[in-house]
Every structure is written in structure tokens, then in C-alpha cells.
Design a protein around this ligand. Structure first.
Ligand code: SF4
Length: 271
């Protein structure tokens, strides 16, 4: 992506995530402001400078988003940049409202030679767009914090149930699409370990982070012990993984922990 810095300077809908989000993807776009999933741990209101009740009221398409995305995608295409763009960090592409623009977003990215990855808690809502995902270019991902509906309803009150998210991962995997799971935030160690056991047959990659800014959980969890148990389990299952920076101090010295692995199947030239 040698032309990337120049292209990014001229784009405003496709951007380079920084900080903790930057650990997830080199490129991203957020079609909406707000999100109706109502996750108690969401940092979206902070990043988008919205009051939490406004953010939680539901996702609204950003002003002229599709038109502006098209222009950005044209710039990427003209520069020969063909990387994968992630949806989304400050909203959910399959929130409970009207997600028709998400489908248009994926079409625009693909039409300009870009790959895409969706990260969602929308569960089976994402199946509407499964036909657009290409095994050799795209990825599908879910955040999972628990296998329990009751636990999820407490923390992610309007998100799809864990069972719905897991069924959707399974469906994308069956279509040959690269799948990954975000185990961040980790709200309960045993729950996150159970998620790995339950999903390993149809998940290609795990990204593991701790819980930040959740005083009691952040302070009382044995993060060193968690990190050890996670990597032992993932190694035993032969699953690719990335341990996020917050937990990296607990990794053994020299541990192989690549920040970026290809999030698609099959061979293609690196962008
Ligand atoms: S799904 Fe993501 S963006 Fe939406 S409320 Fe939850 S954490 Fe925030």
C-alpha cells in the first residue's frame, strides 16, 4: 500500500484507525452515526462526541455518506490501493435499524477493487448480504462476550443473541468466507474461553483484548492468567490469533503475535 498515505490525505469516509482500533484494521469506514445496540461498554459516544442517549437512540446514515464513499473509493482505485476496509468501529453495520446503506457500502467498495470486512453484533441480519462476500477478498467477524443470553442482555441489551451471532459465523464459514471473532472486551474469563471452544470449528482467527474502563472487571481480573489460558487453548486448537497490546505484557518473551494476517482465503497478490 505504498500510495496509501497520499490517498488517505484526500479521503474522509475511508480512514486509517488509530490506537486500539488500529490494531484491528488498517482501513475502516463508519456509514452511520450512533448505534441501536446499546452496549454498556461502548466507546462510540466518546469517539463521535455524542451524548450516550443520542448515540443509543439508533444509527443514522451520515450526511451524503454513499456519495462521499464513492469518491474516496475512486481515489483508492486510481492509486491502485486494494486493501480491506473494515465496517465499523463507531457503529455497527447490522444495527437494528435500516441497514440498506450497508449493502450499498459493500457494493461500492467491491466495485472499486477494495476488499471489506464487517464486524457486527447484528447476528443473522448480516445474512442478507452474504452473497456479496468473496472468499478471496473479504471477511466476516462477530464480537462475542458470552454464550449466555442473560449476560448478553445485561451488557449488549439490543444486540442479537450469542446464538444468532454464532449461527451467522457458521453460515459465512460454510460459504467459504474467512471468519474471525473479537474477544474484546473480555467481561468474564470463563465465558471468553468457552466461546473459543464453541466456535473453533468455524472461526479462522481470534483477536483477544481485555476490558478497559470497566472499573471492577478491569481491576479484579487476573489478566496474566487469562492470557496464558487463552494462548494455550488457541495453540492447542491450532487457531490463528492476535493478542492486543493491553495483554501483550503477559505473553512469553518472543511470542509470535502478528498484528496483521491475511483476512481472506486463497492466494492473491498483497495490496
Ligand atoms: S454494537 Fe458496537 S457500536 Fe454498537 S453499541 Fe455495541 S459496541 Fe457500540
Amino acid at each position: 500500500m505504498s500510495n496509501l498515505p497520499d490517498v488517505l490525505k484526500r479521503c474522509n469516509m475511508i480512514y486509517e484507525p488509530k490506537g486500539q482500533a488500529g490494531e484491528y484494521a488498517p482501513l475502516a469506514t463508519n456509514p452511520y452515526r450512533g448505534c441501536g445496540h446499546g452496549c454498556a461498554y461502548c466507546y462510540g459516544p466518546l469517539v463521535t462526541k455524542q451524548k450516550r442517549p443520542d448515540f443509543d437512540a439508533g444509527a443514522v446514515l451520515r450526511d451524503r455518506f454513499l456519495e462521499r464513499l464513492w469518491r474516496d473509493a475512486q481515489r483508492f482505485q486510481a492509486a491502485g490501493v486494494t486493501g480491506q476496509v473494515m465496517l465499523s468501529f463507531t457503529t455497527d453495520p447490522y444495527h437494528p435499524g435500516d441497514t440498506a446503506p450497508t449493502r450499498e457500502t459493500l457494493r461500492i467498495l467491491a466495485a472499486h477493487g477494495l476488499g471489506f470486512c464487517t464486524l457486527t453484533k447484528g447476528g443473522t441480519r448480516a445474512l442478507r448480504d452474504i452473497d456479496l462476500f468473496r472468499p478471496d477478498r473479504d471477511a466476516f467477524a462477530c464480537t462475542l462476550t458470552s454464550m449466555s443470553d442473560t449476560f448478553s442482555e445485561k451488557w449488549e441489551r439490543n444486540a442479537a443473541s450469542p446464538a444468532s451471532r454464532i449461527a451467522t459465523l457458521r453460515a459465512f464459514h460454510a460459504r467459504g468466507i474467512f471468519t474471525w471473532v473479537s474477544l474484546e472486551p473480555t467481561l468474564d474469563v470463563e465465558s471468553s474461553l468457552a466461546i473459543i471452544d464453541a466456535t473453533a470449528p468455524f472461526v479462522d482467527l481470534y483477536k483477544v483484548g481485555q476490558a478497559n474502563y470497566l472499573k471492577e472487571i478491569t481491576r479484579t481480573t487476573d489478566w496474566a492468567g487469562y492470557t496464558q489460558r487463552v494462548i494455550i487453548k488457541l495453540q492447542r486448537l491450532g487457531k490463528a490469533h492476535y493478542i492486543k497490546r493491553d495483554l501483550q505484557k503477559h505473553l512469553p518473551a518472543g511470542y509470535h503475535n502478528p498484528l496483521r494476517v491475511p483476512q481472506y482465503h486463497g492466494e492473491r497478490a498483497a495490496a
